[in-house]
Design a protein. Sequence first.
Length: 295
Amino acid sequence: MARAPLPIRDGLGPDRIRMPAGQPSVTVVDYLLGQHPGEDWDTRLGAGEVVDEHGRVVDHTTPYQPTRFVYFYREPAPEVPVPFAVDVLHRDAGLVVVDKPHFLATIPRGAHIRETVVVRLRRDLGLPDLVPVHRLDRMTAGVLLCTADPALRRPYQEMFEKQRVRKTYEAIAPALADGEFPRTVRSRIRKVHGELTASEEPGEPNSETLIELGERRGALARYRLRPRTGRTHQLRLHLNSLGAPIVGDNFYPEFRRRDPNDFTDPLRLLARRLEFDDPLTGEPRRFESPRTLEY
């Protein structure tokens, strides 16, 4: 995607609207007022904050541009603040590694825009080009790699795509009375776009996790999880398939809604460690979260 013609502001990039062909609009403003009347276009236009894809300021005389984009800033809806910090584990000229807390989304999407790792770090570190090179879901805490230089994104992203990163997770889940460890779980995971949960189904496995048993404490145990693949909700599903759903999981075995104001029962899943050979220097790298999962 081409670089947006408006800069990042307060950690957020601009929104954009594509102007379709076949519209009767004479000007860009005609179209915006007719199709999106709920927006405060007068204020944006007065501030010079509506531009076309070439960065030219749009005013009331700008001709309609079918199939082209118009860019502007949109104020997101209010969000419940996540009361946990993003801790920086490593920072150099191009790489930023952080320890993400539970409940904080990685990227802006849906109801979570400002309360995300990306927006917080862009704003707090003054790094408008910062992006994650992989993702942790909102309820998972732990080590997250980001780049601050667009030229470095591809080499680090390819590490994950080509499975050149050694990932170690920890989870708290029920202790199993039977079953030998370590054990490898393989299954076919299916995730339908728009549905919150994934499922396991018959067929050729597309996911694999090595599971090791750590300490036991009463009815619970600490597990080490080493995924070889990265399917959506893979670790949750694989532990759940053994009869040991992760403590705090509101998706499996059954979905239950969370109170957005309640931060007292996190998913006990932690991306503990990432290890890889740096794609630029070949240097072995290892980043580890100091966070403790509570029983």
